[in-house]
Design a protein around this ligand. Structure first.
Ligand SMILES: N=c1c2ncn([C@@H]3O[C@H](COP(=O)(O)OP(=O)(O)OP(=O)(O)O)[C@@H](O)[C@H]3O)c2ncn1[C@@H]1O[C@H](COP(=O)(O)O)[C@@H](O)[C@H]1O
Length: 120
């Protein structure tokens, strides 16, 4: 049985989330966590992003021990990290597609070769 949550017209999750973030940006901060982050501003968003990054690192170390609960906790913390990254991008009028386009541009280029080719 497929337990993957569905999205409207089966759109990719990130596409749907980007639309939600855009809609919720202008909601009431009292009703919307997304709007509350935008209202508090970039420094607050970056503070949360840093928190989530740290929580993800800690969860990854726990997951190294291999328990299913720790692995699920890592997935949840990574979702928090991705979510807050997308809110940060949205606050600066960028979105996930900008990042996906950059990752696509890197196909076929070794990370070692890309770094070696950088001009100082
Ligand atoms: N994907 C998310 C999402 N992921 C995480 N969060 C919130 O991010 C906050 C994280 O704060 P905390 O660090 O205190 O929570 P935590 O890290 O789990 O707890 P600690 O480990 O720090 O104690 C929590 O309130 C989470 O609910 C999210 N809030 C919203 N979304 C999406 O955005 C949509 C709009 O949300 P609203 O703007 O609130 O309507 C939602 O329907 C979701 O689709």
């Amino acid at each position: 049985m497929d337990t993957t949550p569905s999205t409207p017209n089966n759109a990719p999750v990130l596409d749907t989330l980007a639309e939600v973030l855009q809609q919720r940006r202008h909601a009431s901060p009292d009703d919307s966590y997304v709007a509350s982050l935008h209202y508090k501003g970039l420094n607050k968003i970056l503070e949360k992003l840093g928190e989530e990054a740290t929580e993800t690192l800690l969860a990854a170390k726990d997951a190294e021990q291999g328990s299913e609960a720790a692995r699920q906790a890592l997935v949840a913390e990574t979702a928090d990290l991705w979510f807050h990254s997308l809110v940060m991008l949205s606050h600066l009028d960028l979105d996930h597609q900008d990042v996906l386009d950059e990752l696509a541009r890197r196909f076929g280029i070794s990370g070692h070769d890309e770094k070696a080719a950088r001009t100082p």
